[in-house]
Design a protein. Sequence first.
Length: 135
Amino acid sequence: TPFTTVTNFGSGANTYYAASGFAASITPKYNNSKIIITIMAGGWMKGNPGAIRAKILSGSRVVQLIGIYGYSTVGTTYVSSPFFIQAVDETGDTSQQNYQLWMATEANMAAADARINQTAASVRSGTIILQEIKV
């Protein structure tokens, strides 16, 4: 699902924020299927965000946790920070599965500005792809 919403996730130290537009659902056909979750987006940061953190949740269950996706102390210069994450989920049933990307920075906004999907206005894009793999 391509989208154009910018998500600023540097608003609180180690506080996770749902990334706008990075949510999707799938209903597995088989109870032993695996779900491949792929998320890609452009991003940038400035200041001193420290560690960039990411996690994928299905409801309140953590599917994938990346404690330190990246790390930066770039000062006042904007730095490109492309984002890619891929995870495998084994749900064990055929009910609808809902996935959401959450992101955080180590520092708060007084020290950092970190965003995904922040590019020129005419080309903002990000994608979340869900695929069922029959085992």
